[in-house]
Design a protein around this ligand. Sequence first.
Ligand code: IMP
Ligand code: MG
Length: 182
Amino acid sequence: MRITTPENDIQKVLFTQEQINARVKEMGAALAEEYRGKQPLMVCILKGASVFYTDLCRAMDCGVFMDFIAVSSYGVSSKSTGVVRIIKDLDSNITGRHVVIVEDIIDSGLTLQYLKELFASRKPASMKTVCLLDKPCHGGGIGADAVGFDIPDEFVVGYGLDYAGHYRNLPYIGVLKREVYE
Ligand code: IMP
Ligand code: MG
């Protein structure tokens, strides 16, 4: 691991702050239409989705409730195992409620699949998954109902996404140089 500065470590910018803002506004407007009057419970999957989540919720001009769940994949590799550990569960009871799960990125899709199954067991009135970024091939897991951007199979950081905790506060999304994490 060789982390220096974003100028050195980012190979290229995939989406600028302006591109992200425009897309998130569109996604928020679509969700507001769909959920108007339903008081959806917006669920943020910490920590990666946090930046997207707060922008998305503010782009919805309808009443929403907010709640947070923190999960961690077992193991240290950058690949998901599909076994998810709940670090912090929701505070809310979701039974009978309209739940929107907000995730940052789908790689294998296993994290989302696990959470969807967990939440389904709590009997919400409805459930939708919204994800900012989607990689091309899901290794056994599921995709999201709504996606912000499709991206190539590369490791990206910024706008909430990290490598070893770094780069979450970059205002853009960029591809991390391989030499930083290999
Ligand atoms: P999945 O279970 O394989 O879909 O993994 C999803 C999780 O892996 C995301 O919530 C991220 O935390 C992490 N992840 C996958 N790809 C990337 C990436 O390119 N950059 C940063 N985190 C990633
Ligand atoms: Mg994540």
